[in-house]
Each structure stands twice: as structure tokens, then as C-alpha cells.
Write a protein that binds this ligand. Structure first.
Ligand SMILES: [Zn+2]
Length: 1008
């Protein structure tokens, strides 16, 4: 049967209809929520609604988001139409069935949700297309005004007075809405300001809060990542899933009873990774843990989104890996509503789970212990962490588990026997009918089932007064008999003084006399409480009475709580407050006599321990990650060591940002895979401004060229950042014709020509790649050459492939700066093991031997003068210095410069030549011969002096007057039109317009 709010006790949920089957029949008939979004417009006379009763009827929780419209229309309308919107929302609610939870609007701090907004999302930061299309910002006071009107209108409807109307979740990491008091545009401050606006002095005008949170990536550890933003002003804000905790932290105190719903989550700007990564399980586990520890519960975590909607990249349907992950999460049976009865096997199942978790934890701990020694040698820090985790895990947890297991065993043994129905009757002296009375008088009679409470008195006498003496005093005072059912003397002895069916005159309250059992403690507790022995037996007696008459602790009163008298003394409620001591003892006795109450208590302890286990698991995972990193570091160092020892040099993979999946693609066309191996690298320029982005190029290739996707495989930005934009195996469109089949395209951002497209001149430094670009592109090219065994001659410019078709990568490729040659040289250097960092290298070094003191190449010295004078090499005596040169000439045999040193130079990729004759005279003849031939070493090409001025080669036939229109060029950057898929929808919303727009403006990235 649907619950009153058509809600669900489970945390699971999907955005939009269609995936309900994944939440049904796994462990329970139905396990979650569906969120529907509606664009209802703002017309007062629109009376239409929608039917969700099919969902509610199946036991699914239903949440409906009410938007005025989508992109451009606004999640809320203009402020002047809030009243109309409220009427329209109420009409919609009245005409709808099966829903009682409503969200007012969406991400109101995000410009995409503002009425009249048209923004350019391809620039950073995003900005309005024109000032007129900024839209009307939904400031906190505007949102509060609108929300209040909608909420009042819905609550006024018959049958909807108790509906939950939720505040919309702000967009985390979006800082585009700034206003006085929130100058940085902090999304958390925005939520705080909205909520504060709904808290009045004596009431809270809010029924609940919706939140959005995400990770930036698909790795499950991002769910619990504590990583914070680094941008100034945001250093306290989480960068991943725990952004929800930032929001929770600003909910005003008066709102901390309200329900919270996380109505959107996913893996960030990228589509869902179609793998069972454990991300979904980790996310639900995180919220479950929050609910077990925190007072304010989160009632759902809704995955964005189920259907595949054209133009929206976050669909889940068809991604079996994600669905499997979700189904696995559902088997954990996470609920937010803990008040319902626990499953019958709850305790044992949970203990088993705890044991299993602990067992799985131990190998990890042992494994990491074994590693500690190795890692400690690298970094001492891990040791401290390991010790802390070991101590926590092994002592505290093991002890707690041992105790728990012992208690469970004891309970298991007890459960088959019928539970003891009541606390035992303590020993007592039965004096019923034996004490003084007034003959012929008696108290009214009653039936025992009339008894509803226990009333505690003090006697205001000595603590050792006898029951006989006390009865006599009261009879002398005119009472029919003693006014108590029980008397407990100061030494703890219990006397049963009146039968239960006697309604003694213990108070002046007739009702209390009729249904109360009177328990008197002998003594006067005005200044001091009863002694422990008296309290102990009082507790035993009262526990017996409470269980015998099926009462609760709350049915035990001091007489002074029923009427204006002092009994049982000032110390009952104030001072020593022996009421609390007594009732606590009664509670313990009752629990000890009732296994069910004890199980409940143990269950709470188990939950606490589970949270500890989860925390420890986190710590172990964090440490495992640290160890894995360090292992990788060790492996890397070992590999490098081996390389050095074996003389083999390997180009490491440069840092590459993978954008392939996030870039725009053609809706229908796709590129095929190549059918030939990769044997060529083709270098391009973007022929654009220096700030053009990969996204802009992809947009241009798809929308203007009509290609399946971006043409290039790699793009290198002016700051040297390398992006992968197509998979290597993709036969994309960049070089043109058959070469596409066997070449990779690398595009450098920039325009390496003398003139702009309009013919105006470019600055000299803008005519060639930046130093950072040259470093990155040479590293990338060297790495790809190594990977695919490409020869240097196949590193070509686009114009080398099609000389008549394009000037790409610019008219500076082959002339003047000849950066083609520079690039090839840098690539060769990379392949020779030089990183290219640390400044320019020496070209040629003449190495003479030096064994110290007078032992040096004294005899060779006169013989090399002619060679030095002619070729002007760098001359020196240190093999170590020679490592910085491209070419080294060694003078003399290996009795001078040793063969080991020579091998070391060769291993470093240096071109080494040794000039050694049988004696000094022969060596001299060899050197002179080289001078005569003008070659640096035998077989070398004729030498050209470096410093000689190079006559400018005549520029190739370049069009001077009419600018050359390169068919491969993109137009110069200007304002970029908004993508069609993000366009402004007309007033009538349709399914195709319900598209989420991201990326959010990102303060971290934009600062880089
Ligand atoms: Zn090109």
C-alpha cells in the first residue's frame, strides 16, 4: 500500500521514468524512487496535470520537479509572474495523481535556469551572448519569494496540506551568481541565504531540501575523497561527492528536522563509465553511513539519469556496467527510515556481515604490514600511519568483536527457551492482614487490572521504623490502616503491607489512589538521598511491579509529581536526583530480564561498530593507495635504473589529458577504424587564435565541416598541455585521403604564419610554436615514434603530405625559423634520452684525457690546436661534461679516455668518434686530414660554421596580396554561436529540451 507521501523507505532512485524494473524484485518487491520533471509554464488558466499513480501504486517513491520551463524560459519565470506560476503549480498538483513531494525549480544559482538567459558556454568564464541576454538572475530573495508563493498555494489545496514542497538544489561548483554578501558566487552561501530567508521567528516555511552532488571522475574513491578546491575563496569546498556535506553544514538549526533528498548525482562532466566500478555502491554506502551517524537523514540518492536523451550525455539505460553496480548497491538494503521493525534475522545477519568485513580486512592489513619495511626505506611517513591503523584495527576492534560474539553466543543459547515473562519478585516479608487497623473501617477495593502506576513516597521518620509502628501512627491519625502497599526500611528490607486490591489513601488525588501502588521508603530525603542498599531493593521491587502490571518506566512517579507535596523529598528531583538513579536501575533490571530489549541495545552497538569498520576500511584503502603509488614509484625507479645499467633509453609517456569521450560528435556519422598500421605523424596548426580550445575545434569540425568528430588525434595547447582528442586507432579526417589511414594527426594551437587571415602582420613570437609547445610536441612525437616504431623521416608537416593543398602547419614550417628541423632535432634528442629541459645543449665537444696532476694529454695538446682553431669545438677534459653534447670527439686511445667512459657516452645517445692513431704523430695526421677535408669526423658532411650569418633563403611563392584561403583553416575566433543542442526552446517544453547543460564554470580549471 502506498505510504501517505507516496514515498519510499529506501535510498535508491533514478532520475526520470523507465528504469523502475532495476529497482524491483531484487530483495524486496520495490526499493526506491523515481524523479519526474515537468515544465508547467506560468499560465493561470492551464488546468492540466499528470498521473504518477502507476509508480506510487507499485510502491515506488515519487518526486516531481516543477519548472516553468527549460533553457531560456527559466526554471522560474520572471519575478513579475511568480504569482501566476504559483497558481499554475497548484493547478498542476490538483490535477495530478500519485505524488505528494514537489521541488520548486532547479539549480537557481545557474544562469541556464534563469528566464531570458542565452549564454555562451564555450568560453571561460561563460558569459551572456549579449548584455540583453544575461537573463534575470534568481537571487536568493527572489527564490524565497517564489518558493513561498508556490508552497502556500499547494498547501491550500484539499488533500495536499501535508505535501512536502522542497527547496531546489543549487549547482555545486557554479560561481556565476554573485551578489552583495556573496561576492565570490559561492554555491553553499547561496543555499544558506535561501534557507535563512525561510526561517521566521516562530515558524519555518519549508518542508524539505533537495541537493545535487557529483564526483569529477568515475573512480569510486572519489566518493569519499576529502580533496578541496584550491582557488582563493573556495579552499573549504569539497571537489567531489562530499560537496553534499558542505551544503548540509549550512542548514539552519531550525531546519535540522527537515528531510533532505539528493536528487541528482553522477560522475561529473563525463558520461557514465560503462563498468561495474563500484562507484554506485560506494555512493549509497556513503549516504547510508551518513544517516547512521547524523541526526538529519538523507532520504534518497537519485542517479542522473535513466533514459538516453539526444544531446544529453548522462544516460544510464543500456550501460550494463552501471546497472550492475546499481543492482549490487540495492542488495545492501539501505533505508533512511530506521524506525520500522528490523528484519527478523537482522542481528545475526549484521554480525555475520561484520565478521566478514573484518576477515576481509585482515589480509589487507597483513599484506600492507609485509610491505611496510620496503616502503619505510622510501618514506618514513607511511610507518606512522600503518602503526595507527594496526593499533585501531587489531586491539579495539578485536576486543569489541570478542565481547560482542560472546554476548551473541549467550543470547543464541537463550533464545530457544521461552523468555522470562517478568522481572523476578524480590525477597520480602508478607505482613498483609497482620498490621494494626481501625476495626470496621477499610479502604475501597479495586481489581488488580486497574493498576496503572507506581507511586514512590518517603515516610519522614527514622529509617529503621518498623511497619507495625508506622501502621499504628497512621491508625492513630484516623486512617483505616497503613497507607502504603510496600515499605522498604533503610537496611533494604521489603515489607508487603497492603494487598494490591486495596485502594489505600496514599495521596489527595482520588485517581492516583484508585490506580496506584504505593511504595514507601523509610526515612526523610529532604537533605540526603536514600542509601544505596535501600535504592537497590526499591529498584528490584519496582522492576517486578512494572513488569507484573505491564507498565513502563514512565509510569513510575514520585508523589510530588502528582500533587503539591514534598514527598519523596527534595532529593527526588533536585540535588542527588535519586529518581534518575532509581529509574536507571529499574531499566537495567528490565533489560536484563528481557532478551528482546537487550537485542535492540546490541543492535545499536553493532551499527556503531560497523561505522568504525567502514572508517578503518577507508583508512586502509587510503594507505593502500599510498603504497600502490610508492610501489609504482619504486618500479619506475627500478626500470630507470635498469635502463641506465643496460644503456637502453626509453621515452616515458608524457602527461596527456584524455578528452575523447567528452568532445562533440556528429549525431549520425562515425569514423571507421584504420586498416593500416600507424607509420607517420602529421603536424598541423589550428590556424586560429592562441586561446582556441579543443572543444571549439571539435565543434567546428562537426558543425561546419560536417565531420564525424574532431579530425586530430592530439592537440597541444600554447602552454604545452597535451590533449588526446581521438583514439589512435580511429581513421579520422586530418591529413586528407589515404594518408589518414596510416597517420596520426597532431595539432598545435596557434597560427604559424606571417599574417593573419585578414592579411595583417603577426608578431614574430606568434609565428612559431611556444617553447612549452615545442617541448611537449617533441616529447609526444618521440613517445609515439617509439610506440609505433616510426622513423624520423615520417614526422611530416601537413603541407609535406599535400604541398599544393595546404600551407598547414604554416608558412614558417620550412623557411626562416625552420621549426620543422628544430622539431626533428628535439625529437631525436628525446629518443636519445635527453629530456630537452635545462637549456640548449652543446653541439660538439673535443674530449682530452686527464688522470690528475701532471698526468694529462700533454703530448696531444699541440696536435689538436689546428683542429680546434678550425672547428671551434668546446674543449675539455671531463667525460661527465661531455654528456651534455650531441657529438663528442675523443682524442687518443683508451689508455687515456677509457672505453668505459666512451660506452657511457654512447649509452646516453651521443654521437661519439674516437681519433686515435698508433702514436701521437698518427693521431695528429688524422686530425689534420679532417681539417683539410672540412669534416668533423671521418664520413661527416662538410662542416658549416654555426655563427656564420645565413643568407635568408628566398621565401617560397607565397601569396602576398590576396590572403591565401586555406581550405583546412578554421575561421578566426569570434563570438561562437550557442550550440544547437543547447538552444533556447520555445515556450512549450518538449522531451528534447529537457537537457542538462554542463560543464559548470569551474574556478579551479579557470585559474590554471
Ligand atoms: Zn593541417
Amino acid at each position: 500500500m502506498p505510504r501517505p507521501l507516496n514515498d519510499s523507505v529506501y535510498l535508491y532512485g533514478l532520475h526520470d521514468r523507465g528504469g523502475e524494473a532495476t529497482m524491483q524484485g531484487l530483495k524486496t518487491p520495490t526499493s526506491g524512487w523515481v524523479l519526474a520533471t515537468e515544465g508547467v509554464g506560468s499560465e493561470r488558466n492551464n488546468l492540466s496535470g499528470a498521473d504518477y499513480s502507476d509508480l506510487a501504486g507499485r510502491g515506488l517513491g515519487v518526486i516531481v520537479r516543477l519548472n516553468a520551463g527549460y533553457a531560456g524560459v527559466g526554471a522560474l519565470p520572471y519575478a513579475t509572474r511568480y504569482a501566476d506560476f504559483a497558481v499554475r503549480c497548484a493547478n498542476f498538483v490538483q490535477a495530478s495523481r500519485g505524488a505528494h513531494i514537489w521541488i520548486v525549480g532547479n539549480e537557481p544559482n545557474h544562469p541556464i535556469e534563469w528566464p531570458g538567459a542565452q549564454w555562451n558556454w564555450d568560453v571561460s568564464p561563460p558569459r551572456p551572448v549579449t548584455e540583453a541576454t544575461r537573463g534575470e538572475p534568481i537571487l536568493p530573495n527572489r527564490y524565497v519569494d517564489c518558493y513561498r508563493k508556490v508552497r502556500n498555494a499547494i498547501h491550500a489545496l484539499p488533500g495536499h496540506g501535508d505535501d512536502q514542497v522542497l527547496v531546489a538544489g543549487p549547482a555545486p561548483w557554479n560561481n556565476l551568481l554573485r551578489y552583495p554578501g556573496n561576492e565570490t558566487g559561492d554555491w553553499v552561501v547561496y543555499l544558506r541565504d535561501v534557507l535563512t530567508g525561510l526561517v521566521g521567528p516562530d515558524r519555518v516555511e519549508c518542508d524539505g531540501i533537495a541537493l545535487h552532488t557529483y564526483t569529477h571522475g568515475a573512480h569510486p574513491t572519489l566518493i569519499t575523497s576529502a580533496e578541496k578546491l584550491t582557488a582563493a575563496g573556495f579552499t573549504g569546498r569539497h571537489w567531489h561527492f562530499r560537496a553534499y556535506q558542505d551544503f548540509m553544514a549550512v542548514i539552519p538549526e531550525k531546519m535540522q528536522e527537515l528531510p533532505v533528498y539528493i536528487t541528482e548525482t553522477d560522475q561529473g562532466d563525463i558520461p557514465w563509465q560503462n563498468d561495474k566500478t563500484g562507484w554506485v555502491q560506494a555512493a549509497y554506502s556513503e549516504i547510508d553511513r551518513w544517516n547512521k551517524i547524523q541526526a538529519q537523514k538523507i532520504r534518497c540518492l537519485i542517479l542522473y539519469r535513466w533514459p538516453q536523451v539526444p544531446g544529453d550525455r548522462w544516460g544510464i539505460a543500456g550501460k550494463e556496467g552501471v546497472v550492475e553496480d546499481f543492482k549490487h548497491a540495492i542488495t545492501h538494503d539501505y533505508r533512511w527510515d530506521f524506525d520500522g521493525p528490523p528484519p527478523p534475522d537482522g542481528l545475526l545477519a549484521r554480525v555475520e556481515e561484520l565478521e566478514r568485513q573484518t576477515k576481509s580486512l585482515l589480509p589487507a592489513i597483513q599484506d600492507t604490514q609485509a610491505l611496510d619495511g620496503e616502503v619505510t626505506r622510501l618514506k618514513g611517513t607511511v610507518d606512522a600511519l600503518a602503526a595507527a591503523v594496526r593499533q585501531l584495527a587489531v586491539t579495539d576492534l578485536a576486543n569489541a568483536l570478542a565481547e560482542l560474539e560472546a554476548e551473541v553466543q549467550r543470547l543464541k543459547a537463550e533464545i530457544p527457551r521461552p523468555p522470562e515473562p517478568e522481572a523476578p519478585q524480590p525477597p520480602m516479608s508478607d505482613l498483609r492482614g497482620q498490621l494494626p487497623t481501625i476495626s470496621g473501617q477499610s479502604y475501597p477495593e479495586r481489581v488488580e487490572t486497574a493498576i496503572r502506576r507506581v507511586i514512590v513516597h518517603h515516610t519522614v521518620t527514622r529509617a529503621d521504623i518498623t511497619p507495625q509502628r508506622l501502621a499504628q501512627v497512621q491508625v492513630n491519625g484516623g486512617r483505616p490502616g497503613i497507607t502504603y502497599h510496600f515499605l522498604i526500611s533503610g537496611d533494604g528490607a521489603i515489607y508487603w503491607t497492603q494487598p494490591f486490591d486495596s485502594a489505600v489513601a496514599q495521596t489527595f488525588v482520588p485517581a492516583a489512589n484508585a490506580d496506584g501502588v504505593a511504595v514507601a521508603l523509610a526515612g526523610n530525603f529532604t537533605d540526603a538521598p536514600p542509601p544505596p542498599v535501600q535504592l537497590d531493593t526499591a529498584a528490584a521491587l519496582i522492576a517486578w511491579l512494572v513488569s507484573r502490571f505491564k507498565l513502563s518506566i514512565a509510569d513510575v512517579y514520585g508523589r510530588c509529581e502528582l500533587e503539591n507535596v514534598a514527598s519523596p523529598g527534595k532529593q527526588w528531583l533536585a540535588g542527588a536526583n535519586f529518581r534518575a538513579t532509581l529509574l536507571e536501575a529499574v531499566r537495567d533490571l528490565l533489560e536484563a530480564s528481557d532478551p528482546l530489549r537487550l537485542i535492540e541495545k546490541l543492535r545499536r552497538q553493532v551499527l556503531g561498530l560497523q561505522a568504525q569498520v567502514a572508517d578503518l576500511t577507508d583508512q586502509v584503502q587510503t594507505r593502500d593507495a599510498t603504497i600502490a603509488n610508492q610501489r609504482a614509484e619504486i618500479a619506475d625507479l627500478l626500470r630507470k635504473l635498469q635502463e641506465c645499467q643496460s644503456g637502453q633509453v626509453i621515452v616515458t609517456k608524457p602527461e596527456i589529458v584524455d578528452l575523447v569521450d567528452s568532445l562533440e560528435k556528429h549525431p549520425t556519422q562515425t569514423y571507421p577504424n584504420r586498416t593500416k598500421p600507424i607509420t607517420r605523424l602529421v603536424i598541423h596548426h589550428a590556424a586560429s587564435s592562441n586561446q582556441t580550445t579543443v572543444q571549439t575545434i571539435a565543434h567546428y569540425h562537426v558543425h561546419t565541416n560536417g565531420w564525424a568528430g574532431i579530425g586530430y588525434h592530439y592537440v597541444v595547447a600554447q602552454d604545452g598541455a597535451i590533449y588526446q582528442s581521438q583514439r589512435d586507432e580511429t581513421k579520422s579526417n586530418h591529413a586528407g585521403g589515404e594518408p589518414n589511414n596510416f597517420s596520426l594527426g597532431i595539432c598545435l594551437i596557434g597560427r604559424f604564419t606571417k599574417t593573419n587571415q585578414d592579411g595583417s602582420p603577426r608578431e614574430p613570437q606568434d609565428q612559431v610554436p611556444t617553447p612549452a609547445q615545442m617541448t611537449s610536441v617533441s616529447h609526444l612525437a618521440a613517445w609515439l615514434m617509439q610506440k609505433y616504431k616510426i622513423v624520423i623521416e615520417e614526422v611530416m608537416g601537413h603541407r609535406d603530405v599535400w604541398p599544393k593543398g595546404t600551407v598547414c602547419p604554416g608558412d614558417q614550417w620550412l623557411v626562416d625559423a625552420t621549426w620543422k628541423n628544430t622539431l626533428r632535432q628535439r625529437v631525436k634528442d628525446r629518443l636519445a634520452g635527453h629530456t630537452g629541459e635545462g637549456g640548449p645543449r652543446m653541439d660538439h665537444y673535443l674530449l682530452l684525457w686527464d688522470h690528475g696532476g701532471e698526468e694529462w694529454a700533454r703530448a696531444d695538446w699541440p696536435n689538436v690546436q689546428k683542429y680546434i682553431a678550425h672547428f671551434r669545438p668546446t674543449v675539455g677534459f671531463a667525460a661527465g661534461d661531455a654528456l651534455a653534447a650531441r657529438h663528442v670527439t675523443i682524442v687518443g686511445g683508451d689508455a687515456g679516455v677509457t672505453g668505459v667512459d666512451e660506452a657511457r657516452l654512447r649509452a646516453a645517445g651521443i654521437d661519439v668518434h674516437r681519433m686515435a692513431g698508433a702514436n701521437e704523430a698518427e693521431t695528429r695526421a688524422m686530425l689534420d686530414n679532417l681539417v683539410a677535408r672540412n669534416t668533423l669526423w671521418p664520413g661527416a658532411a662538410p662542416w658549416q660554421p654555426r655563427s656564420a650569418p645565413v643568407a635568408s633563403a628566398p621565401p617560397p611563392a607565397e601569396p602576398a596580396a590576396a590572403p591565401f584561403v586555406d581550405p583546412w583553416d578554421m575561421p578566426a575566433d569570434g563570438p561562437v554561436a550557442i550550440l544547437p543542442t543547447r538552444g533556447v526552446a520555445p515556450d512549450a517544453p518538449s522531451a528534447a529540451t529537457r537537457i542538462k547543460v554542463r560543464p559548470y564554470f569551474d574556478p579551479v580549471v579557470s585559474d590554471k
